[in-house]
Design a protein around this ligand. Structure first.
Ligand code: NDP
Ligand code: 2IT
Length: 443
């Protein structure tokens, strides 16, 4: 049954390898569920969950600062709303296509289910490349994008947020255009807003913080903690920066960061003030960090950040950035834990190598759920026009991350594979969504 469902997904979604990969990873862990859930089998729940409820593709025309017209493509895949309004980020990156958005939307269903907040799964974005564009160009693009997307959104319908290439600046322009078109100050329609206009404390930090909290929870099951551990982080965007911050707070030493041009290794540990200045203030590159840091840091062009020996590896950049060879290198260097801050950063072969070597492995669905969980908390505050302190929001986030860890661990133990967080996350997430769908009839 599982094989035929997967074969059908491949046949009906041609040319979408990332979507196939994401489905395969989930499908191959669900067999034990169907052994005792004939009701889910009869209801064709696996087939239903692999088919998005709605897919929207639209034209996004905009003008650059020289007056030249550009045409991009916009996407929103509204995958599953059994547990709540569609929820998931928007990605602006030249590699975005329908298959990428579907893979991300599919992951999001189960991730969101694990948070315990009432949110469904969706994802969107565009093949627009914000790199090198002025603020005015980004604004015009966002306005054009929202001029179509707004009709599909709403606090009870579909609630986007950021992802690669979409941060506070873009969310501001998107929210502004939504408000202008609808004449509604509907804060709950998008998350990741500024703190003065409906945003939540800790949403910016949440994905990176949550990934490190999840890592700490995994280590705890072996009687260890992060204190004194050497950590390798990839990426230098939203997730990476705040993973570095939290790892430092918990006493670890982060040696690296990276971008699409190469990586930096800093023998003294990453100086987060300097990195933040370059990335957040100047929108610069990691090579500049090495130039300004002095003797302790060097920039390696191209190259694999996973060559740097470490105890803990946190891939926080993009999909399939950590392959089989990288996993073997990490294992050879004695890595103890790997947690996915990014979505699907480890290839299936890499995951296999890590699991066989007994490395604790936190899949993205669980490990990076802190971002969307904090988005859920932002929606909660918006619904009652409240705003929590940093401490309150951070406390709630930590509680959710610990509970996700517990659910995944307990589910893995219940199914006879304690510590297999891939199995635990997939089964626990699937069961929640499938039971809600079953209760709601043939929808
Ligand atoms: P950002 O845009 O802030 O940063 C992305 C980082 O990844 C940059 O350093 C970028 O380098 C690097 N990167 C992106 N694409 C590639 C590529 N094709 N090859 C090499 N490096 C690349 O994005 P985020 O930090 O928000 O997102 C990072 C990952 O985390 C993504 O997988 C995202 O889906 C996931 N995620 C994000 C959440 C969030 O709340 N933001 C929540 C959960 C998961 P460069 O600048 O050179 O492109
Ligand atoms: O992949 C993700 O979980 C995100 N990009 C965050 C989604 C959200 O709605 O906050």
């Amino acid at each position: 049954m599982m094989d035929s469902v997967y074969a059908d997904v491949v046949r009906r979604n041609p040319g979408e390898p990332e979507f196939h990969q994401a489905v395969h990873e989930v499908v191959e862990t669900l067999a034990p569920v169907f052994e005792h859930r004939q009701d889910l089998l009869d209801a064709k729940m696996l087939e239903r969950v692999c088919e998005p409820e709605r897919q929207i593709i639209f034209r996004v025309p905009w003008q650059d600062d020289n007056g030249t017209v550009h045409v991009n493509r916009g996407f929103r895949v509204e995958f599953n709303s059994a547990l709540g309004p569609y929820k998931g980020g928007l990605r602006f990156h030249p590699t975005v296509n329908l298959g990428i958005v579907k893979f991300l939307g599919f992951e999001q269903i189960f991730k969101n289910a694990l948070t315990g907040v009432n949110i469904g799964g969706g994802k969107g974005g565009s093949d627009f490349d914000p790199k090198g564009r002025s603020d005015a160009e980004v604004m015009r693009f966002c306005q054009s994008f929202m001029t179509e997307l707004y009709r599909h959104l709403g606090e009870h319908t579909d609630v986007p947020a950021g992802d690669i290439g979409v941060g506070g600046r873009e969310v501001g322009y998107l929210f502004g255009q939504y408000r202008r078109i609808t004449n509604r100050w509907e804060a709950g329609t998008i998350t990741g807003k500024g703190l003065a206009w409906g945003g939540s404390n800790v949403r910016t930090e949440a994905t990176g913080y949550g990934t490190v909290t999840f890592t700490a929870e995994m280590l705890k099951t072996a009687g260890e903690d992060l204190d004194g551990q050497q950590v390798v982080v990839s990426g230098s965007g939203n997730v990476a920066l705040f993973a570095i911050e939290k790892a430092h707070q918990l006493g670890a030493n982060v040696l690296t960061c990276s971008d699409s041009t190469g990586y930096v290794v800093d023998d003294k540990g990453i100086d987060l003030d300097l990195l933040s200045q370059i990335k957040l203030q100047e929108r610069g590159r990691v090579a500049t960090y090495a130039e300004r840091r002095g003797g302790s840091a060097r920039f390696v062009e191209g190259g694999s950040v996973w060559d740097v020996p470490c105890d803990i590896a946190l891939p926080c950049a993009t999909e399939n950035e950590l392959n089989e060879d990288a996993a073997k290198t990490l294992v050879g260097n004695g890595v103890k834990a790997v947690a996915e801050g990014a979505n699907m950063p480890c290839t299936p072969e890499a995951v296999q190598v890590l699991r066989q070597a007994g490395v604790r492995f936190g899949p993205g669905k669980a490990a990076n759920a802190g971002g969307v969980a904090a988005s859920g908390l932002e929606m909660r505050q918006n619904a009652v026009r409240d705003s929590w302190s940093f401490t309150t929001a951070e406390g709630q986030l930590e509680e959710i991350m610990r509970s996700i860890h517990t659910i995944c661990y307990e589910t893995s133990a219940r199914y006879g594979a304690p510590g297999d967080y891939v199995l635990g996350a997939n089964i626990a997430g699937f069961e929640r969504v499938a039971d809600a769908m079953l209760a709601q009839g043939l929808i």
